[in-house]
Design a protein around this ligand. Structure first.
Ligand SMILES: Cc1cc2nc3c(=O)[nH]c(=O)nc-3n(C[C@H](O)[C@H](O)[C@H](O)COP(=O)(O)O)c2cc1C
Length: 326
């Protein structure tokens, strides 16, 4: 449920400090060594060409223009190399765990060669969940939009429309490896020197296990309410996880980030940064790269203003004292 994520953020009220010198607020930060204009990245989302013909290349230009991070989905509709050529800011690559591990290994090699700076393994999706709207619409990825970085023989189920069924859900049952456990992370580690980020952690127990595996980052996320229905929202889950992980690895929150104030809320809860998803696709659909950049710029400008009004001139000024629950 997307609304739960929004409600969780809306319960959080900000508590500003006054008479602080905010004449020169700096929303800049760094995430796994990459300098960002604000603690803001784009969440991995498949098939940007569904929103705009230029797809992820346009999104990469937008991210670069505003100094945001772009996380490229394994199911991107432009090649990793074309996206990298258009990017002027940091790129991370997201992976689902496929049964055909060689396809993952190949993507990792290409990402390294193209200068991607981290891998994001999505761990809340052993299969794509039943999404009633997709099933009702018999959703399938149209033939002219392709996950071009993956062997087409592994993707055909995504394009097979059938009344009353979601092709992407069926595809995931065929191609995702639902047997993967913590022990398998070693296989991925052996194939890369890139930092590893796990996306979709919602409990302190799993955060602890992730820490034991030595991951460099965690995205606290319920997949924007698109996976486990009635899952706890990321904002509600974050404080307990931050307690376990604080100072040990980077913490990112995603889901329902829609205002600059949400970035401040996430930082107060213990996050180092946030990811934003759907609004970027809305901007992209509206006016391509310029539209996506406008969304990111609005969030950044709003956040800078919140910093000033909160008496928090730097991102490390935000802490639990800056919020209260309604
Ligand atoms: C159209 C769409 C495609 C997505 N594709 C992926 C994906 O390929 N990999 C992934 O880990 N998450 C995927 N997600 C989930 C997002 O990364 C993110 O967790 C979610 O959208 C929450 O953010 P939002 O409320 O800002 O959209 C997708 C979300 C949307 C809306």
């Amino acid at each position: 449920m997307l609304s739960a994520g929004r409600e969780a953020l809306d319960r959080i009220r900000l508590r500003p400090r006054c008479l602080v010198d905010v004449s020169d607020c700096d929303p800049g930060t760094s995430l796994l060594g990459a300098r960002l204009a604000a603690p803001l990245g784009i969440a991995p989302m498949a098939y940007h060409r569904l929103a705009h013909p230029e797809g992820e290349v346009a999104t990469a230009r937008a991210a670069g223009a505003v100094g945001a991070l772009l996380t490229v989905s394994m199911f991107a509709s432009r090649t990793l190399e074309d996206i990298a050529a258009a990017a002027t800011g940091p790129l991370w690559l997201q992976l689902y765990w496929l049964r055909r591990r060689e396809a993952m290994a190949e993507l990792v090699r290409r990402a390294e060669d193209a200068g991607y700076r981290a891998l994001v393994l999505t761990v809340d999706t052993p299969r794509v969940a039943h999404r009633p709207r997709d099933a009702r619409n018999g959703f399938a990825v149209p033939d002219d939009v392709r996950a071009v970085n993956i062997d087409p023989s592994l993707m055909s189920a995504s394009h097979g429309a059938a009344a009353g069924r979601s092709a992407v859900a069926r595809h995931s049952r065929e191609q995702f490896d639902a047997s993967v456990t913590w022990d398998d992370l070693a296989w991925l580690r052996e194939r890369t020197s890139l930092p590893l980020v796990l996306k979709g952690v919602l409990t302190p127990q799993d955060a602890q296990l992730a820490l034991k595996c030595g991951v460099e980052g965690i995205v606290v996320s319920n997949h924007g309410g698109r996976q486990l229905d009635f899952a706890q929202s990321a904002a509600d889950a974050l404080p307990e996880i931050a307690e376990v992980l604080s100072g040990h690895c980077q913490l990112i929150l995603d889901g329902a980030i829609r205002y600059g104030a949400d970035i401040a809320r996430a930082l107060c809860l213990g996050a180092d940064a946030v990811f934003v998803g759907r609004p970027v696709l809305w901007g992209l659909a509206h006016s391509g790269s310029a539209g996506a950049a406008a969304v990111l710029r609005t969030l950044t400008d709003e956040f800078e203003e919140v910093m000033a009004l909160m008496g928090a001139p730097r991102v490390d000024c935000f802490d639990a004292a800056g919020i209260t629950l309604r």
